[in-house]
Design a protein around this ligand. Structure first.
Ligand SMILES: C[C@H](O)CC(=O)SCCNC(=O)CCNC(=O)[C@H](O)C(C)(C)COP(=O)(O)OP(=O)(O)OC[C@H]1O[C@@H](n2cnc3c(N)ncnc32)[C@H](O)[C@@H]1OP(=O)(O)O
Length: 726
């Protein structure tokens, strides 16, 4: 076995073989590890001096599951035989049915295949905080090493289904209460206690339990049927476009009806079908894409060290500022919230307290941690209180002179190392920092609303932003549990720029005669959290009105001018804010389509010189979907061509985490490649001829359509991006 990937075995004088999985950083089950486990188990069973086995993981972690890189290989080759036989050969035959008992010693985490290995052991000893879970469904598959059968037999059907379908982790402490873990102990005691336990089983002083044969936790057949039927209905709602949820329930049901062994056999068959599905390809792509966003050439590979950021000033206590402050505070970063008068400051502090209370209500923050977070917050009405901060994040309204004067003032007051970040979503950073001499410290920290919840942090750099400032902001992003994506400086940056045609296309379709509620239905059936009109209602029309002219100036003839939002506002509709937009909003109720909006739409169609010459058109649902998303893909091509993003997969992550593009479709570019550049190009060309430049294909798309190279294969941007062409 080569390098650091290995399985070791030490046999002690007590007759216990300690088998250790070693594959940093998470001891993933690489095929070398699987082979090693099989060899060591065979050896332990054969040796006369071995009475019992303890299975553990090196460096304080048990195991993060099967090696997901193998899934990628299966996806590239289509060769399912690359998946080693673990379920029957190793877990059932060698471990669970082996002639010597196995006890697992768990620390850190036991996830996926890791948890499945420990469930094949005859007892499980763990440190209390270890994380246990079966997150396979997030990768488009189901547990494949017997987990669908053993987990229900250990923790009961309802909890097992919840853990699998929601990919929920539990601590070992909870696992002990639920029967998954047999005993808890400190890390120092772990191996000693596990050895003792294994010998006790070998000597028949503790029960020798094979989980797969158990039925006592499953409940009666009618109870099981009721639980499964409820879970199916739930899955239909939350995972409508994904196959793995219903498949998981089918496999669980097989085991309930025909026994654990039948369940294991069906599990293996279904796993193999799912691992090659488009959903699994997409979700595995997202897994790795998300982890590569923080690998930034010239920044994270040049021996720079992130500096400690202990205290941050947030300028502006509006919705964004308060959200950003909340995210920092819950991650133990001290915040000075600066406002212009006591009323605004109080309002900001109240919003932060409300955000924190929301976390407590949802169970993601304890009351103690909330008090700690509040103690880290200080209000300020002038700049004297922010002298010693390590970073400033400006989050005031989108007014250029205001932002410029704020940064000019801050530059004079703060230390020369202080990072000067702006939360602008559209304004050119060179303009924001124009009145300072610190262009190297100017950087964009574009959070998405609500900032304390949305996971994306778009980090915008200019040609002059220093790698150190970028690295420090990436580090802060990770500390506050956001996914940082580093992008270049242009109107709308990567996310808003790519998605500017999204809402415009929807307006264009309405001008052609398509029902707006139908558009929203088609788009949400595709998997977006809501359609473009509901999104506009929720975001408020102010945003659309504020960016309208900026986009028109930046995007020229490919910008579609729509007067619909102005008309809505003129008719007393402001969206969710006043309860009346395209939809009607009542407190606590679901948004209801408002039929009376039709007269605004009629007026809009009269005013808009409909591109089709006044004739209303009929379109299929597929046409609608494509006419909304293909222009978005087209703009994404320009974003890639101009190196606004480092790699195509960064746009996938940005679209999933910033816009709610369905993760199970792999993100915007991954999805576009499943459709095909050539098809998208041909459709856009056709619509471009009929409806104008809004649809005209970009040169990047044209090149890919002709060459057949996927859109996702992009030359990586090595340096700060060049100034983009618009
Ligand atoms: C047949 C079986 O039923 C099938 C399976 O077991 S499928 C696998 C099931 N397991 C999972 O889904 C767990 C996936 N991993 C995770 O959720 C998280 O990585 C974790 C909770 C283990 C650790 O999180 P965190 O500490 O934030 O570190 P994170 O950055 O995510 O991962 C560290 C590195 O380990 C890698 N890694 C983590 N889990 C891995 C896995 N199962 N296989 C391969 N690589 C893995 C990551 O890609 C990353 O690599 P990089 O440093 O080169 O980018």
């Amino acid at each position: 076995m080569a390098g650091s990937i290995r399985v070791t075995m030490e046999v002690g004088a007590d007759g216990v073989a300690l088998i250790t999985i070693c594959n940093p950083p998470v001891n993933a089950l690489h095929p070398i590890i699987i082979q090693g486990l099989k060899e060591k188990y065979a050896e332990a069973m054969d040796r006369d001096d071995v009475k019992a086995i303890v299975l553990t993981g090196a460096a304080g972690k048990f195991c993060g599951g099967f090696d997901i890189n193998v899934f990628t290989k299966v996806h590239e080759t289509g060769d399912v035989s690359l998946m080693p036989d673990v379920s029957v050969e190793l877990v059932s035959n060698m471990m669970e049915d082996g002639k010597k008992p196995s006890v697992s010693a768990i620390q850190g985490l036991a996830l996926g295949g890791g948890l499945e290995l420990i469930m094949g052991c005859h007892a499980r000893i763990s440190t209390p905080e270890a994380q246990l879970g079966l997150p396979e469904l997030t990768l488009g598959v189901i547990p494949g090493f017997g987990g669908t059968q053993r987990l229900p037999r250990l923790v009961g059907l309802p909890k097992a289904i919840e853990m699998m379908l929601q990919s929920k982790f539990i601590t070992a402490k909870e696992g002990k209460e639920r029967g998954l873990i047999d005993a808890l102990c400190s890390p120092d005691e772990l191996i000693k206690m596990s050895r003792f336990w294994a010998l006790e089983i070998a000597n028949y002083r503790k029960p020798w339990i094979r989980s797969l044969g158990r039925t006592d936790s499953l409940g009666s057949l009618s109870e099981a049927r009721a639980v499964l039927s409820m879970a199916r209905q739930q899955a239909k709602k939350v995972a409508a476009n994904m196959p793995q949820h219903q498949a998981c329930l089918d496999v669980v049901e097989e085991g309930v009806l025909y026994g654990g062994h039948a369940g294991v056999v069906k599990e293996a068959k279904v796993f193999k079908e799912l691992v090659v599905s488009t959903t699994s390809r997409a979700l595995v792509h997202v897994f790795f894409a998300q982890r590569s966003t923080t690998k930034v050439p010239g920044v994270t590979d040049v021996q720079l060290k992130p500096r400690k950021i202990r205290k941050i000033a947030v300028i502006g206590g509006g919705l964004m500022g308060s959200g950003i402050a909340t995210a920092l505070l819950v991650s133990n970063i001290s915040v000075v919230l600066k406002e212009v008068n006591p009323q605004f400051l109080q309002r900001g502090q109240k919003t932060i307290a409300g955000n924190l209370e929301g976390f407590v209500k949802r169970g993601s923050l304890t009351k103690d941690k909330m008090s700690k977070a509040i103690s880290l917050l200080k209000g300020a009405l002038d700049y004297s209180d922010i002298k010693d901060v390590d970073m400033v994040i400006e989050a005031v309204i989108e007014k250029v002179p205001l932002k410029q004067s704020i940064f000019a003032d801050i530059e004079k007051i703060c230390s020369p190392h202080c990072i000067l970040a702006t939360n602008t979503s559209t304004i050119d950073l060179n303009i924001v920092g124009e009145k300072t001499n610190s262009q190297d410290r100017i950087i964009g920290a574009h959070f998405f609303s609500p900032a304390h919840i949305m996971p994306l942090l778009e980090i915008v750099r200019t040609e002059k932003t220093s790698p150190q400032a970028i690295l420090d902001l990436i580090t802060v992003g990770k500390i506050i549990k956001k996914v940082p994506v580093v992008v270049g400086n242009c109107t709308g940056f990567a996310v808003n720029r790519t998605f500017f045609p999204y809402g415009q296309a929807a307006h264009l379709l309405v001008s052609l005669g398509i029902d707006l509620f139908r558009i929203d239905r088609v788009i949400s059936n595709f998997g977006m959290p809501m359609g473009p009109f509901q999104l506009q209602d929720v975001a408020g029309y102010g945003v659309a009105l504020a960016v309208k002219d900026i986009y028109a100036a930046a995007f020229g003839t490919r910008n579609f001018h729509s007067g619909l939002v102005e008309l809505m506002a003129k008719n007393g509709r402001q969206g969710k804010i006043n309860g009346k937009g395209y939809y009607l909003y009542e407190k606590g109720g679901k948004p209801k389509p408002d039929p009376s909006v039709q007269h605004v739409i009629d007026e809009y169609r009269r005013q808009t010189k409909t591109i089709s010459g006044g004739k209303l058109v009929t379109l299929s649902d597929r046409d609608i979907l494509e006419m909304v998303f293909f222009p978005v893909v087209n703009e994404a091509c320009r974003v890639m061509e101009e190196n606004v993003v480092i790699r195509a997969s960064d746009l996938d992550i940005a679209s999933v985490l910033g816009m709610g593009f369905p993760k199970y479709r792999g993100g915007l570019i991954f999805w576009a490649d499943t459709v095909g550049a050539s098809y998208i190009h041909s459709k856009l060309s056709k619509w471009g001829e009929i409806y104008g430049d809004f649809f005209k294909p970009s040169s990047f798309l044209e090149e890919r359509a002709k060459s057949g190279r996927p859109l996702g294969v992009q030359q990586m941007a090595q340096q700060a991006p060049p100034r983009p062409r618009m």
